[in-house]
Design a protein around this ligand. Structure first.
Ligand SMILES: Cc1ncc(COP(=O)(O)O)c(C=O)c1O
Length: 404
């Protein structure tokens, strides 16, 4: 498969991520060449004779517009191997989960994104793998579980059948409980005992943490969220620094076809140019809102790793560059009053999702599949880049309207 050779900085470089989001993944800097990658609408590519691995060949295998975005995501995550784009975050998640051989075990946080958890449950129901849930904040308990699962793995079903393994799937911070995992310790421990590892880095973004640098085998993104950044496209990505794992994932994507459209990839590439600015502004807003909500009498508790009293604060301060821009707040109220609060906002948008320029708010238990350990009165706030005083004024009037 053709890699992006047109990128002027395709060798390892000390460029900061603030620069990379702008400068990586562009056409060759030649006289009269376009500055931006066009949307390549072509389902096939010229060619004859045997198809080489370096050929584009067909639009299900690669596309020049994807390649530019893939190179940006790979480099943001700290590898010169381009990411692989998918038609959605869930297609990227399933590209990693569905690789596990029969008899494998998938270990996941109790509060894993509900779609990912549902997929792992379906795989269990189909007899492919087992799902084991762990309290991700408890590092010792997670390592004990991983060790035990490795020890009790079944033998392969036959000499030509792939050997089962343990896949440790991590999210940090978790969705929507905002628990922070000790990723450097957990990933090192997992690697040491032969556990394969994947981190969904959607919430944190590569601006805040780069799990490949701690030894993760895969990083997965719902690029729908911060990477694309404008709530106008559904996209996913898988990143790995291991050429063999990338080759396998690319072969599977080419066969299974969970690919994005070139226009969607172009929107993602356009959106990622402002990732650094958006993340910085949204993170600053989230910090202010978390502090003010925590002090408000209508709020029972706030989870945000940027709060000094938060259970994940010290860990996040040590391992993340910034605390992200999602927070959860639990109201002193029942489910109906919490819904009324969500309905009372005027500037915020009541909607699921996160990572766009606009601030979204959602009572998470409106999803019937959300974990029952999530309070009925918990709202997830996905903070955008608006003026923080306007965001706060809107939350205040909505809180006043339901607590009056
Ligand atoms: C953490 C996380 N991972 C994966 C996904 C799935 O991504 P998509 O909606 O792009 O399929 C989501 C979607 O909300 C998510 O929040």
């Amino acid at each position: 498969m053709r890699e992006n050779t047109s990128d002027p900085q395709s060798t390892p470089s000390p460029l900061s991520r603030e620069t990379l989001v702008v400068s990586a993944g562009r056409p060759a800097a030649e006289h009269d060449a376009p500055v931006n990658t066009p949307i390549h609408l072509s389902s096939t590519f010229h060619g004859s004779g045997p198809i080489l691995a370096s050929d584009r060949a067909y639009g299900r295998f690669t596309n020049p517009t994807w390649e530019e975005f893939e190179s940006v995501i790979g480099r943001l995550e700290g590898t010169d191997l381009p990411a692989l784009l998918y038609g959605s975050g869930m297609a990227a998640v399933s590209a990693v989960l569905e690789q596990v051989p029969v008899g494998s075990v998938i270990v996941m946080p109790e509060h894993t994104y509900l779609g990912t958890m549902a997929l792992a449950r379906q795989m269990q129901d189909r007899g492919i793998s087992r799902l084991v849930e762990v309290p991700i904040e408890d590092t010792d308990a997670v390592i004990r579980t991983l060790t035990e699962q490795v020890r009790t793995l079944p033998q392969p079903a036959g000499p030509d059948v792939a050997a089962p393994y343990v896949l440790f799937w991590a999210e940090s911070p978790t969705n929507p409980m905002m628990e922070v995992a000790d990723l450097p310790v957990l990933l090192a421990a997992a690697r040491g005992i032969g556990v394969r590892t994947a981190v969904d880095n959607t919430f944190a973004t590569p601006m805040a943490q780069r799990p490949l640098e701690w030894g993760a085998d895969y990083v997965v993104h719902s690029a729908t969220k911060y990477l694309a950044g404008h709530s106008d496209v559904i996209l996913g990505a898988v990143v790995t620094a291991d050429p063999e794992l990338r080759r396998q994932a690319l072969a599977k994507r080419s066969l299974a076809g969970g690919i994005p459209g070139p226009f969607e990839a172009w929107l993602g590439l356009r959106g990622v140019r402002t990732l650094a600015l958006r993340v910085r502004q949204a993170t600053a807003n989230a910090q202010v809102l978390a502090e003010r909500l925590a002090a408000h009498p209508a709020i029972a508790s706030v989870r945000y790793p940027g709060l000094p009293g938060d259970a994940g604060h010290e860990r996040a301060a040590a391992q993340m560059d910034g605390f992200g821009s999602v927070l959860s707040a639990t109201l002193h109220a029942d489910a109906a009053t919490t819904e009324a609060f969500v309905d009372a906002v005027r500037l915020w948008t009541p909607a699921t999702s996160l990572g766009g320029v606009e601030s979204l708010i959602e009572r998470r238990r409106r999803h019937s599949t959300e974990a029952k350990t999530v309070s009925e009165s918990l709202v997830r706030l996905a903070v955008g880049i608006e003026d923080v005083e306007d965001l706060w004024a809107d939350l205040l009037q909505a809180l006043d309207s339901v607590t009056r």
